[in-house]
Design a protein around this ligand. Structure first.
Ligand code: FAD
Ligand code: NAD
Length: 474
């Protein structure tokens, strides 16, 4: 039986990063992964690279280019009559981006001496793991022994009984990343991150999109000022967002899906060509054999871990989407690094308080730290600086003036408690705020930092000046 210092189960952004870091630290490392791509080939990268972050951003970028040509290019004096859409080519490009990146991880494994065990891993007693090979000519299951185990088995789309996914007309996010035609009428259940991102993709490409959201509030976790403004902009872009909508059933024939739902106004129906179910994700422990080794799960099915990602079993850690905390690729990766370092040296750290969030609509929404409503409910005294992109020279030159940067700082110490952005390139701009908060910085620290002109980052500088009531350009 082969023995490794570390065996990682799952090769998403949690698992593959943990494996690389463990190997860098001199630990003999294997990573078990059974994912097969649509061509039946074994693939690393997990949800994020295969059917998540990367393919969705490829389509968001492609569809953004198309929408720009259709609706904004003329304003810049660029006329492009007759722009047409080749959805198959767009999807093909997305698939090639995915293939290049997933093959890149296989290269990184070779470079760092991580052994990829192709198959599904099931926990067995005494830190052993049974590997069931997959694919053509897969051999018999076999056991490997691990000094330490890192479980990184991720998550899968949540299901709801009134809308069973048939992968033809009713799909989850994976299906919605592979449509071969633009659905004329597209329904989406859930106005969360996936609903808004994929709703944006297909709306830009020409679908008429209706999003049914159970909650009365739009983007409940987001700062209210930002969410209210984002809702207005997204509605203007054509997303028909219906809040307080409880889906009660669906019926599909070969052509269309009828969705029944209830709002405070009564029973309603919606007829669409395709329906995307995007109501959250649930931890994936289906093949792990948690029962066989008494691995403890919490009441929601996540693997129970302490603050160091240690499970109830000695030397068995769990990271990423399969444990508590935000279901984000960078959170999974950071936990992977921290656990590898803990195994190698006894210490590892994740900055949970400064994990950034991004929603890749246009304009993008990004934030770090606490929202204004959270500070109010906690009774924290704070000061606010809000700078609109409409007052930014660079945003105006580029033609993207919607949105704002909002900075919240402690009224006493001036320490930055939260930064919220709705605007162009918010996904990149937020990094400065993360760094500032990671170093426990104040709004004044940022106000004293020189920002290049003309850049969008000047809006961050102005928001920091705004905390002290001394914005220069607004
Ligand atoms: P996963 O990426 O889910 O990987 C888990 C891996 O474990 C899988 O490859 C699976 O096959 C494997 N596995 C499971 N069980 C076993 C077993 N028993 N044996 C062997 N292997 C096993 N996050 C962001 O931060 N930014 C984004 O822009 C973003 N966009 C997203 C868009 C979409 C459409 C979706 C669905 C998700 C998106 N996410 C995004 C979320 C992100 O994909 C996840 O947070 C991230 O992939 C979690 O990483 P992970 O390593 O924990 O799990
Ligand atoms: P989500 O939690 O963001 O949104 C789900 C939405 O569905 C919520 O607003 C919820 O109220 C609503 N909902 C739940 N049940 C419903 C029902 N029966 N009827 C109508 N609405 C219902 O989840 P998601 O959009 O599915 O995405 C899953 C996770 O994947 C995200 O939370 C995030 O962690 C990750 N993700 C991240 C990114 C990113 O970082 N840009 C992108 C996509 C996904």
């Amino acid at each position: 039986m082969k023995k490794f210092d570390v065996v990682v189960i799952g090769a998403g952004p949690g698992g593959y990063v943990a494996a690389i870091r463990a190997a860098q630290l001199g630990l003999s490392t294997a990573c078990i992964e059974g994912w097969q791509n649509p061509e039946g080939k074994a693939a690393l990268g997990g949800t994020c690279l295969n059917v998540g972050c990367i393919p969705s951003k490829a389509l968001l970028d492609s569809s953004h280019h198309y929408a720009f040509i259709k609706t904004e290019a003329a304003e810049h004096g660029i006329h492009s009559q007759g722009a047409t859409l080749d959805v198959n080519r767009m999807i093909g490009r997305k698939d090639r981006v995915v293939q290049t990146l997933t093959q890149g991880i296989a290269g990184l494994f070779r470079k760092h001496n991580v052994e990829w065990l192709q198959g599904w891993g099931t926990l067995a007693p005494e830190n052993r793991i049974e590997v069931t090979p997959v694919g053509d000519g897969a051999g018999e299951p076999y056991l490997v022994e691990a000094g330490h185990v890192i479980i990184a088995t991720g998550s899968v789309p949540a299901r709801i009984p009134p809308a069973p996914v048939d992968d033809v007309q009713i799909v989850d996010s994976t299906g919605a990343l592979a449509f071969r035609d633009v659905p004329r009428r597209l329904g989406i259940i859930g106005a969360g991150v996936i609903g808004l991102e994929l709703g944006s993709v297909w709306a830009r490409l020409g679908s008429s999109v209706v999003i049914l959201e159970a909650l009365d509030e739009f983007l409940a976790p987001v700062d209210r000022q930002i969410a209210t403004e984002a809702e207005k902009i997204l509605r203007k872009q054509g997303l028909d967002i219906r809040l307080g909508a409880r889906v009660t059933g669906t019926a599909s024939n070969n052509r269309e899906v009828t969705v029944s739902y209830e709002t405070p106004e009564g029973k309603q129906q919606l007829v669409v060509d395709k329906l995307i179910v995007a109501v959250g994700r649930r931890p994936n422990t289906s093949r792990l054999g948690a029962d066989r080794v008494d691995l403890k799960l919490d009441e929601r099915g996540f693997i129970a871990v302490d603050e160091h990602c240690l499970t109830n079993l000695p030397n068995v850690y769990a990271i990423g989407d399969v444990v508590r905390g935000p279901m984000l690729a960078h959170k999974a990766s950071e936990e992977g690094v921290a656990v590898a370092e803990r195994i190698a040296s006894g210490a590892g750290h994740v900055g949970y308080a400064t994990i950034p969030w991004v929603i890749y609509t246009w304009p993008e929404i990004a934030w770090v730290g606490r929202t204004e409503q959270e500070l109010k409910s906690e009774g924290v005294e704070y000061t606010t600086g809000v700078f609109p992109f409409a007052a930014s020279g660079r945003a105006r030159a580029a033609g993207g003036t919607a949105g704002m940067i909002k900075m919240l700082a402690d009224a006493g110490s001036d320490r930055v408690l939260g930064v919220h952005i709705l605007g162009p390139n918010a996904s990149e701009l937020i990094a400065e705020a993360v760094l500032l908060m990671q170093f426990d910085g104040t709004a004044e620290d940022l106000a004293l930092t020189v920002h290049a002109h003309p850049t969008l980052s000047e809006a961050m500088h102005e928001a920091a000046l705004g905390v002290a009531g001394r914005m220069l350009h607004f």
